[in-house]
Design a protein around this ligand. Structure first.
Ligand SMILES: [Zn+2]
Length: 274
């Protein structure tokens, strides 16, 4: 009757040593049909999504755990987007990019200046975007930290007070969602978890930094990521998995740099733990 839109990864069979199952993972990506006689081309966003979903697929396929409960992407909400976001980095990695980013008529590689423009555009308006998002995450927290008997009837008054308390009552940057239509917070499965997107991105940006500092796209680096993190699924604390891979605590500076929000020299990185 109808087909689901968008893109997603599914585990039709999850890996488990207990049941002796091997993973069966699928990626789905809807792409508009090209006009008659023209080739199917991907937009930059579609390329990003394809790499993103493949990151979920790797999480499922490399899973090497005993219990199905902890298999692959069976991890906490604020960790599940981390491996997929990390995988997005490879789409701009020079060795990878030159394999697919070619002009469809001339075969010319994507010019470096064009790629620079893409990177520059990603930093546009990040001050506003980051603030409106954080404002909504803090509002989400304010609601869900109430006890049932504390939930007020005066929704908008509570919201105004909560924004004031969190320091985000900024008339020019309203929260991305107001309480009255904040479906993530009240019915979308992100109750008290709307922060997950940016938390995953803190880990993601820090991991990209790790790859940059350790020689990038090498077999050794990939094996390390697979062994310490991708293969572990949810069988250990998410933060432990991150620490086992990077050897340190998460650090916010790489995310600020990515968003073009770095205004002063970053604070000193936390000490290495192993
Ligand atoms: Zn995802």
């Amino acid at each position: 009757p109808s087909k689901r839109g968008g893109a997603w990864a599914s585990a039709y069979v999850g890996q488990s040593k207990l049941f002796g199952t091997k993973p069966v993972i699928a990626n789905h990506l809807n792409i508009p049909k090209p006009p008659e006689g023209e080739p199917t081309l991907l937009t930059w966003d579609e390329v990003k999504t394809a790499f993103h979903e493949f990151g979920h697929a790797l999480h499922g396929m490399f899973s090497d755990v005993k219990y199905p409960r902890f298999s692959g992407a069976s991890v906490p909400r604020d960790f599940v987007e981390f491996p997929s976001q990390v995988n997005e980095m490879w789409r701009t990695w020079p060795e990878v990019l030159k394999n697919y980013a070619k002009h469809y008529k001339t075969g010319e590689p994507m010019p470096a200046e064009l790629l620079d423009k893409v990177f520059a555009a990603e930093k546009f308006n990040q001050g506003f975007k980051t603030t409106e998002y954080l404002s909504a995450t803090l509002l989400d927290q304010s609601w869900h930290q109430l006890k049932p008997e504390q939930v007020p009837d005066a929704t908008l008054a509570f919201e105004a007070e909560a924004l004031k308390k969190s320091g985000t009552d900024l008339p020019v940057v309203p929260p991305r969602y107001r309480s009255t239509y904040f479906s993530h917070s009240f019915s979308g499965g992100y109750s008290a978890g709307y922060y997950s997107y940016i938390w995953s991105e803190v880990l993601d940006a820090d991991t990209v930094e790790w790859f940059n500092q350790h020689g990038g796209l090498t077999r050794e680096n990939g094996d390390r990521f697979r062994k310490t993190l991708l293969s572990r699924g949810g069988s250990d604390e998410a933060l432990n998995l991150f620490r086992n891979f990077t050897g340190k605590e998460p650090f916010i500076a790489p995310l600020l740099k990515r968003r073009g929000l770095e205004v002063a020299p970053p604070p000193e990185a936390p000490p290495t733990t192993n």
